[in-house]
Design a protein around this ligand. Structure first.
Ligand code: ANZ
Ligand code: ZN
Length: 848
């Protein structure tokens, strides 16, 4: 039985063959018809599971398909080898991160090979090696010279128990992912990249990314988070302080009944000075500061605040309104101060209800009477009747602050807003902004959610930031000729609150490149997102020791034609890469300003409804499956599991199904060439088979060209195999040119998915050379034409007419044609069709 489908021999044989023929070697000097197929390079983790496998298998299928379509395909691979996973594993396992990382890389490369996933390994990049990070450091210095890399005090996540700074991703629900201790914020000197200087372009150019998934573009747009509105100055009574509020709803300014500032606001100590119990404030502020930022931004958060004891003056009407501190105001957004309009903002509404602050309607519904008078309604005062209401209008048509259970956030008519009453609030927005600008009490403004990119880490396993501090000459970038700044290997890398590199005197102490005097090195390392923000350029010059990349080559090969990766990188990695590309473009180092022309984000593979993870114990390892069924089975099932952009549930029975199909395919081709089948004529069957063969070619090609619908492509190839079995027959087996053509086409069409099996069968069919060097089949339009038959058309069981129709016409289509046929219309006109009965290839009976 083993020889039923000897996948083991087949797979190792062809893997060797592809290596020898250099199937995946790209000649970069030939860029005509180039196709840069890029897969997100992985962290070198211990072993890959089938969920990881999906990314590489999809990429490999795309690369092989493009090779067959005659493209000069570049498909490189590398390793995102710095970073916390390796460092944390090293701390646990005791191995040096470099050793464990390189070990893991070896294992992963073995796995890729086993899966039949091919890359041009001559172009491999490993981000933790000096040959690579030399250039990451060089890119840093380029940004530094442009003023785009700078140092400032910034709030960072600090785990008091691990005594280290944590990346945002390591903070889970406000706690440290490793020890579960509540994370606090600490102000530390940090390095940043000024990505905010590119916010507008990063946003605008999203519209040019026509071949990116819509959801990724939306995520990027939201992350950049552009808001247009007005900055309004409020004087704090009894001080010199002016608090500026950013609002997107300047139309509501007359309804501002209090102001709120973020607990981290730098003016707070000054503002609360006069209060008796300062410690009460301090306790509140500390409690909020450690609250999770995303929680604080969420609509559902329990609103909490304290009155500062002070008032501010609303500049449009000189009204005194109380100044509060509130948890729902974020320090990092806008101006960290908000004019609160409880009638028209839900968060303010909830806060006002809780602390009994006035709620005043300034925008009424459109169907309220137009010339409403003052409608100042507060919770403390009884409702005064609006003027319009006394004239007999239905008072319910007015918004009534006392009866509101939610803020009114819709558009409407301005009320209670002095000279702006009566116009629509949209119109008032512009008018009020003009008026405020004229009076110099506010100005139009734009704010972004995007923050500058914090790139420094007080950790060991990363590229050292190439900066030197000299007492005499100050701070400076390491000159190009002194790069790389090598990461010392003999350092105690366990975190202890400060950069591990601080412990290495040898590393720290250096000479000033300018004056030659004693100087100190920066000891922070770079965020690994810096490494991965430019690796797609390095593949093209992986071994070049003189330059990070060759301008001419990258300009010819980029943008990347197809980028493939997980949607978890939809925001940061893609945004950072776009940013770095734009900076290099501005420096005239590259000639394109977007790195990835086309993006595909694949869904996750789930097991028992959840993402695979070691801790959940639901990891499916490909190794045993490959041992039992072969790599092509795992590949086929992975591609067949569902639309590749969607999450899909792994099912072992599906794997068996894929295996049975491959065996069936192998069997029929093997029998076809080893057994003596008779060349019995059967024109009708051959014609039908040819039609299906070409319909399948058409379908698979379209599926590959569109959005890689591997699953539907595979299922149509499966149907073709069934048809071959039918055409061959079960008793005495029949062979014909149509059968051979169908078998050959199936093998080619499936080769991107099951390359080993296809290559083997291709040889069995007597073809010379690799299937990947053969041309993709072309649809024969003639063959696609379907057979037509004459059918009888009956009305109430009596034959009234005859007609030629395609044998495969669907019922809906027949209905359309037949009920519009003039001969039939004569009988059915003005009568209701009760039934439409189709007897395929024979007749249609219309019951009226
Ligand atoms: C008054 C107002 C009235 C507002 C109203 C909204 C509705 P987006 O669209 O997200 O930019 N805001 C401003 N800065 C804030 C901060 N640091 N923390 C929390 N909230 C802040 O939101 C802009 C609106 O969010 C601003 O407009 C401000 O509230 C609030 F009927 O001002 B608004
Ligand atoms: Zn100096």
């Amino acid at each position: 039985m083993a020889n039923d489908f000897p996948f083991k021999e087949i797979e190792s044989k062809w893997q060797k063959y592809w290596d020898e023929m250099g199937l995946f070697k790209a000649d970069l000097s030939k860029y005509k018809n180039k196709f840069y197929c890029l897969m997100m390079f992985p962290y070198p983790s211990a072993a890959l599971h089938v969920g990881h496998g999906r990314n590489y298998i999809i990429g490999d299928a795309v690369a092989r398909y493009k090779i067959m379509r005659g493209f000069n395909v570049l498909t490189p691979m590398g390793f995102d080898a710095f970073g916390l996973p390796a460092e944390n594993a090293a701390i646990k396992g005791g191995l040096h991160p470099k050793v464990s990382t390189l070990d893991n890389i070896t294992t992963m490369k073995k796995q890729f090979r086993q899966w039949g996933v091919g890359y041009d390994w001559d172009k491999e990049v490993i981000s933790c090696l000096p040959e690579y990070y030399k250039w990451t450091q060089w890119i840093f210095t380029q940004l530094y010279k442009e003023g785009l890399a700078y140092k400032k005090k910034g709030a960072v996540n600090w785990c008091p128990s691990c005594m280290t700074v944590l990346a945002n991703e390591q903070v889970i629900g406000g706690s440290c992912e490793r020890c579960d201790t509540k994370v606090v914020e600490k102000d530390l000197e940090q390095w940043f990249f000024k990505i905010t200087a590119y916010a507008e372009r990063l946003l605008d150019d999203i519209s040019r990314l026509t071949d990116w998934p819509e959801r990724v573009k939306i995520m990027q747009t939201n992350w950049i988070g552009k808001s247009t509105g007005v900055d309004i100055d409020f004087k704090v009574e009894g001080t010199d302080i002016v608090l500026t509020c950013f609002t997107t709803r300047v139309d509501t300014i007359f309804g501002a009944t209090y102001m709120v500032v973020a607990p981290e606001h730098p003016h707070i100590p000054e503002l609360i000075k006069g209060n008796k119990d300062i410690s009460k404030f301090e306790r509140f502020i500390e409690r909020v500061r450690v609250q999770d930022k995303t929680e604080r931004r969420a609509a559902e958060i329990e609103k909490e605040g304290m009155w500062t004891g002070r008032h501010v003056i609303n500049p449009v009407n000189d009204r005194k309104i109380p100044l509060w501190i509130a948890n729902y105001v974020l320090m990092e957004y806008g101006t960290s101060a908000v004019m609160a309009v409880p009638a028209h903002d839900q968060r303010d509404f909830e806060f006002a209800k809780k602390y009994n602050l006035p709620i005043e309607v300034v925008i009424d519904t459109f169907d309220s009477p137009a010339e409403t008078g003052p409608l100042s309604i507060t919770l403390s005062k009884p409702r005064t009747k609006a003027r319009g209401a006394s004239k007999g209008d239905d008072p319910k048509r007015h918004l009534d602050a006392a009866k509101m259970s939610l803020a009114y956030i819709e558009d409407g008519i301005m009320v209670n807003s002095a000279q702006f009453n009566g116009v629509s609030n949209r119109e008032a927005m512009e008018k009020i902004a003009d008026w405020m600008e004229a009076k110099s009490i506010g100005r139009r403004s734009i704010h972004y959610r995007l923050r500058d990119w914090l790139i420094s880490r007080q950790r060991y396993w990363g590229a050292p930031i190439p900066i030197i501090y000299c007492d005499k000459c100050g701070e400076m970038a390491v000159p190009d000729k002194d790069l790389p700044v090598l990461l010392p290997e003999d350092v105690e890398f366990k975190p202890h609150g400060q950069s591990p590199l601080l412990r290495s005197e040898k590393f720290m102490n250096t000479k000033c490149p300018k004056c030659g005097g004693a100087a100190k090195r920066e000891t922070d390392t770079m965020d690994t997102f810096v490494d991965s923000a430019w690796y797609y350029l390095r593949y093209l010059s992986a071994k070049d020791s003189k330059e990070p990349f060759d301008a001419e080559t990258v300009n010819r090969w980029l943008p990347v034609d197809q980028y493939i990766g997980g949607v978890e990188h939809a925001i940061l990695h893609l945004l950072y890469s776009r940013f770095v590309t734009k900076v290099l473009y501005d420096l005239k180092l590259v000639g394109f300003d977007e790195p990835f022309a086309r993006l595909f984000t694949q869904g996750m593979i789930l097991k028992d409804g959840a993402k695979m993870s070691k801790s959940k114990g639901n990891v499916v390892s490909p190794d045993e499956l490959i041992e039992k069924y072969g790599a092509d089975t795992v590949r086929l099932y992975t591609l067949f599991i569902g639309p590749p952009e969607k999450d899909a549930e792994w099912n072992d029975r599906g794997v068996e199904g894929a295996y049975r199909f491959l065996k069936r395919l192998y069997r029929i081709v093997d029998d076809m060439i080893s057994e003596k089948w008779e060349a019995l004529p059967d024109e009708k069957a051959d014609k039908e088979l040819r039609r299906m063969t070409h319909a399948t070619i058409k379908k698979v090609t379209e599926d590959m060209e569109k959005d890689f619908h591997f699953n539907t492509a595979i299922s149509s190839a499966m149907e073709l195999v069934n048809q071959i079995y039918l055409t061959v027959g079960s008793g005495k087996k029949r062979i014909s040119p149509a059968i051979k053509e169908a078998a050959g086409a199936t093998v080619i069409l499936l080769s991107p998915f099951v390359p080993h099996t296809s290559e083997e069968l291709w040889q069995k069919l007597g073809e010379k050379g690799s299937v990947f060097r053969t041309a993709w089949p072309i649809v024969d339009r003639e063959a696609l034409k379907t057979e037509e038959v004459e059918i009888a058309l009956q009305v109430n069981g009596k034959v009234r007419s005859r007609m030629m129709v395609r044998v495969d016409a669907a019922e809906e289509e027949l209905k359309e044609i037949i009920l519009n046929d003039n001969d039939i219309k004569r009988w059915t006109e003005n009568k209701a069709v009760k039934k439409f009965i189709v007897v395929p290839r024979k007749l249609v009976n219309i019951v009226i």
